[in-house]
Design a protein around this ligand. Sequence first.
Ligand SMILES: NC(=O)c1ccc[n+]([C@@H]2O[C@H](COP(=O)([O-])OP(=O)(O)OC[C@H]3O[C@@H](n4cnc5c(N)ncnc54)[C@H](OP(=O)(O)O)[C@@H]3O)[C@@H](O)[C@H]2O)c1
Length: 306
Amino acid sequence: MLVAVTGASGLIGTALTRRLQAEGHQVLRLTRSRPTAADQVQWDPAAGQLDPEALAKADAVVHLAAKHIGDQLRWTARTKRQILQTRVEGTALVARTMAELAGGSGGPRVLVCASGAHYYGDRGDELLTEASSGGRGFLADVVQRWEAAADPARSAGLRVVHLRTGPVQDATGAGLPKQALMFRLGIGGRFGSGRQWLSWVALDDITGAYLHALTNDDLAGPVNAVAPNPVTNAEFTTTLARVLRRPAVLHVPAFAPKLVLGEFADEMLFASMRIRPSRLLETGYRFRFPDLEPALRHTLGRPGRS
Ligand SMILES: NC(=O)c1ccc[n+]([C@@H]2O[C@H](COP(=O)([O-])OP(=O)(O)OC[C@H]3O[C@@H](n4cnc5c(N)ncnc54)[C@H](OP(=O)(O)O)[C@@H]3O)[C@@H](O)[C@H]2O)c1
């Protein structure tokens, strides 16, 4: 299969490209930068530029490109606009281009789009599946509009999957190394009550979920891409502390990050999402890391005593 991948230079895209190639697929990498290799093609989602010819030979498209939501700890109005626009405009451009190609009976037949677990908003202990309603809040609204932006591809009869991804726990990612550093410095601890649910996923399983979605014709629409065993913030904290063999005695009261980080803290640190990956499990996906501790030990290079 020839798979065109936008955002192939990022955390998920790099690992997915490697995995697709290892399994014998070809990858065409779409990037905003000037191409430096034969398998790269330039596009400019902000300017609405994507050459349909670039996608014409692909069998499927994986659309990952978007501004990172965690790279600025305080969201300004401009940051929020970019978080929304880079998702909605990029997805709409890819979907429109694929729909045009399909109109001429050509082009890729499958679009697998990144989406976010934040679709569900802050939901306490409620067990959420793909059948659950969308939530409220800035990120919930962004994700709902991000998924809707793929409608042109859906209307053209193409198979469209939205992988509602939880925070990827990987040593090469943005979040886990920062948290691990705080624990190593002895200043790690739970946030607020610690009762908020974290629906996490390992990097191996998010690339596995993309591969599963690409090759499994039964999947269409929203697919929760999270491990089957979410944890509370308190459980995450004690697990990370155990893996790093550091104490987790601190308790960060909710008001402090809310005061310093504002809306970012509400949405990223305190929102509770207890999500079940029902569609992945129903369609036979087998998680390599269903549980948090082995996933953290693997990525942080901290094997347990046997
Ligand atoms: N990692 C997670 O924990 C997580 C969780 C939930 C959802 N997701 C979603 O999954 C997708 C991939 O995540 P990731 O962690 O691999 O992302 P990432 O490491 O931030 O990489 C995203 C890629 O998108 C492109 N990009 C960056 N800024 C952009 C902008 N302003 N406009 C358009 N393209 C831009 C870049 O590729 P070029 O510079 O080559 O164009 C970049 O390599 C994203 O859509 C993300 O929102 C990720």
